[in-house]
Design a binder for this molecule. Structure first.
Ligand code: SAH
Ligand code: SF4
Length: 423
């Protein structure tokens, strides 16, 4: 989502006559698009700001902005630690950037737009890195209130775009030669529920399925609560829906899930993925997990491992709990010592590796559909993703970039598959 948001920021500025440079030292305006999800993410930004401060000494006209979630999370608190920052612009306020940059020169520093519930823009221009794979934001914000999570504070309440505006954007992308779209939302499958005329996610997918030229449809991140029968059915019914799903479960213990306010039980989660696998037997499943949530006991962590074994995830993102300001979980004491969080994370990562290795073996000798994206590191090689969203490397010339090919998988490594182009 942050990559897509940066693309919008670049698109808005490009429309206003700005150019993007790959050379940071040559930039007259430097905007950091930031994340507040864990403390470490914010600390990295402060350290980058410390570096940029040096440039401000020799280049007083350099415009420095902090955009994204840190702007809405810390607001003017950022000026306390970095008074040399000129612009604070929240994730829903990018449209103000051209004016804010002008105002830095005309009215002075400290331009601030940090309203998390700023009205949704139906369409924002975008600079996209790829000419055939596109991210498309379909909702902003989040109406869940998972107790550990800062996102509802930083990105505001859920606001869905109108279906027609999304469909028109994707039709436009298809006309430009885009072949794959990834729909983005914090709870992407809750799309459309809060619209004046509710429009279910599965209906949106059905409309996108009908767009010529788009061959793969993906979406992140789905919330288990909105995995409904029509959502499950999409994987069987719509051939363009890629057999890949990112479905965070966060924890295996029902007590912890309740304290996280995730609004499902371990049993319900398992039931849903069983139904998904029944509808789509080769579904590639990935997840997010938090270890060391307040009061998580060793037994409860074991339940997280049990769910992992039962669900047999293909991949996962695992995090140590990080206490965030102004979240409901601030009322709980961060009781699990850092060393225990670290040790739990290591055990979970070891299990992840073991399961991924075994699951990956089934790919050997299979033919996958691959969309090639760029040249590989090795001379004469190509890199792309298969329908399961796994990286595949194969030999081939750059003329195949942006094209689909059938690839026979001949070798596995934990993160990457290697194959030979068949046709
Ligand atoms: N809306 C998405 C993504 C949220 S952020 C979702 O609900 O899945 C991505 C992941 O960061 C979350 O799934 C969660 O696993 C992790 N995360 C969020 N807040 C966290 C915190 N305070 N500490 C540790 N991990 C956190
Ligand atoms: Fe955060 Fe929960 Fe919303 Fe995801 S669903 S963004 S974890 S509050």
């Amino acid at each position: 989502m942050n990559v897509a948001d940066s693309g919008h920021m670049a698109g808005i500025l490009k429309q206003d006559g700005y150019e993007i440079t790959q050379n940071e030292a040559a930039a007259d305006v430097v905007l950091l698009n930031t994340c507040s999800i864990r403390d470490l993410a914010e600390e990295k930004v402060f350290s980058k700001l410390g570096e940029l401060k040096e440039r401000k000494v020799d280049e007083p006209n350099l415009v420095l902005g902090v955009c994204g979630c840190m702007a809405t999370n810390l607001k003017k608190g950022i000026f306390k630690r970095a008074p040399y920052v000129d612009i604070l612009c929240g994730p829903r306020s990018s449209k103000h950037l051209p004016r804010m940059i002008n105002d830095v020169f005309e009215k002075g520093r400290s331009q601030v737009e940090v309203e998390p519930n700023e009205a949704l823009e139906e369409f924002l221009p975008s600079v996209r890195e790829s000419a055939f794979k596109a991210w498309v934001n379909i909702t902003q914000g989040c109406d869940e209130r998972c107790t550990y999570c800062v996102v509802p504070n930083t990105r505001g309440d859920q606001a869905s775009r109108q279906p027609q505006s999304i469909i028109d954007e994707i039709k436009g992308l298809a006309e430009q030669g885009y072949k794959e779209v990834t729909l983005l939302g914090q709870t992407v499958n809750a799309y459309g529920l809060e619209l004046a005329e509710p429009y279910p996610f599965s209906k949106l997918i059905e409309s996108i399925q009908a767009i010529d030229g788009i061959e793969w449809i993906r979406f992140v991140t789905s919330h288990p609560k909105y995995v409904t029968p029509d959502f499950i059915e999409m994987f069987a019914k719509f051939p363009k829906v890629a057999p890949f799903l990112h479905l965070p479960y966060q924890a295996g213990s029902n007590r912890i899930l309740k304290r996280m306010a995730r609004r499902y039980t371990r049993e319900e989660y398992i039931e849903k993925i069983n139904a998904l696998r029944a509808a789509c037997p080769d579904l590639n499943l990935s997840t997010d997990i938090i270890v060391g949530f307040p009061e998580e006991t060793e037994e409860e962590f074991q339940e997280t491992l049990d769910v992992y074994k039962e669900a047999q995830f293909d991949s996962s993102f695992c995090f140590k709990y990080s206490q965030r300001p102004n979240t409901p979980a601030m009322n709980f004491k961060d009781t699990v010592p850092e060393a225990v969080k670290k040790e739990r994370l290591e055990r979970l990562l070891a299990l992840q590796k073991e399961i991924a290795y075994v699951r990956n073996l089934k790919n050997l000798g299979k033919v996958h559909r691959v969309l090639f994206e760029n040249v590989g590191r090795k001379e004469g090689s190509l890199r792309g993703h298969n329908q399961y969203n796994q990286v595949v490397i194969s030999s081939g010339g750059p003329e195949l970039i942006g094209q689909f090919r059938d690839v026979l998988i001949v070798e596995n490594s934990p993160m990457t598959l290697y194959g030979e182009i068949k046709n």
